[in-house]
Design a binder for this molecule. Sequence first.
Ligand SMILES: [Zn+2]
Length: 354
Amino acid sequence: MKQILFLIVIASTLISCAQSSKQQKKQEGNSGKSGFIAVDTAWTTKVVKTAAEWKKILTPEQFYITRQQGTESPFSSPLYENHEEGIYFCVCCQNPLFSSATKFESGTGWPSYFAPFSSKSVSVSKDDSHGMSRDEVVCQRCNAHLGHVFNDGPKPTGLRYCMDGIALTFQKQSLNAKMSKAYFAMGCFWCMETIFESIKGVSEVVSGYSGGDKANPTYEEVGRKTTGHAEAIEILYDSTQITWPELLRVYFAAGDPTQVNGQGPDKGTPYRSVLFYRNETEKQQIEAYMTELSKSGKYDKPFAVAVEPFKVFWKAEEYHQDFVKLNPQNSYVQYESLPRLARTKEQVPDLLKK
Ligand SMILES: [Zn+2]
């Protein structure tokens, strides 16, 4: 009897990925979950906001420095003494501005660099305020005031970009990294997110929707099957640490690729399995991998995984991000997500984060 009751409890809790805990209101988020910023030097649109809009997303200090041409006190920024390898982004618009490779000890008390990150990082203009003639440095994308540039820097440029640390946000990362993105769908995105976040070379996984037509869909709309979208994940990975075929290995270990329109207890087209490819090479490698796997004798049914060109990914509501990590006591997480994570890890021990 105890056993039967236990099974009933499991059965009723397994449905929950599709129900109660996801029925919260969509929340607005600015910088994303754990805040990983992708290096994007290919942007084409500038970021323009009113003062009131900037005030909503910046602290008063950040607003004063970046939007009112303020100057922070020397030696006040923790970034002045920062010697870690990584990228410095604009605090307003996440434009990559400087790399740790060009940072040097200027002795001035302000973070100093001898070159910007890319040709799209900063713009320079004359600033004759405060009785001085200086060259003001602003973010090329959002016009944030960042500091000034002087001609007394080290080789090879001889320039000293003297920056306000408050205008910058630092992200630790290997400068040799070649970051790429992958988009997969297979059942509940909470589970998929936590599985791929355990894989080496993966720096971020975002839960969202893809494969449908409606722009910016809500969780409820996707669940009602009116958008065509599947619950999907966006994986940001370093291709020098993990390859596309290795990601496919994780994908096929992450669930049952023969289950039609669903995964485990989550059934219906929003839970279908899709491998989205972004170019011909990825597509060919998916096909080759699936052909080889189907010959392995491991599966007695045909694959139910769609192979589709990637179009667009819509980030899901903030409360879906990092769900497994933030809700370890949730019954769906305990009875479905964590066992699924453990089953996957057992199959790809060589691809896990150390
Ligand atoms: Zn900016």
